[in-house]
Design a binder for this molecule. Structure first.
Ligand code: 5GP
Length: 115
């Protein structure tokens, strides 16, 4: 499996504005934000996309990812007004970076349906 730019961020080989870090999860501001708050929450282990997730291997990690989501939403004060989580998967889903990531978007009213 080929490595992505996110592996370099995890290893701190390239800079990122990190807002949360634990043993298994790291979160940082998107370099090209689509909302006033736009955070990428990623597992440190390389999982290429949502299609590679299974409950047998990843239940605990998924719980930790969502613990991180809630911790970040609280820290960045978007929890009370609300926010949107997005996981793009594959070409039609618009996934550019093949390392599983949750987009947390907040600080403005989101539109529906998404583009
Ligand atoms: P995707 O389209 O794969 O769901 O989202 C990838 C996201 O990663 C994009 O929103 C893009 O702006 C962001 N991104 C790509 N390269 C970098 C980088 O080097 N640093 C940061 N902070 N974000 C990046």
């Amino acid at each position: 499996m080929s490595e992505t730019i996110f592996s370099k961020i995890i290893r701190k080989e390239i800079p990122a504005d990190i807002v949360f870090e634990s043993e298994d999860v790291i979160a940082f501001r998107d370099i090209n934000p689509k909302a006033p708050v736009h955070i990428l929450i990623i597992p440190k282990v390389e999982i290429p996309s949502v299609t590679k997730i299974n409950s047998k291997e990843h239940s605990e990690l998924l719980g930790k990812l969502f613990d991180a989501v809630n911790s970040i939403a609280h820290k960045l004060e978007v929890d009370s007004d609300g926010f949107r989580l997005v996981i793009n998967s594959g070409d039609n889903g618009g996934q550019e970076v093949k390392h599983l990531h949750i987009h947390l978007l907040g600080g403005r009213k989101m539109n529906w349906p998404p583009g």
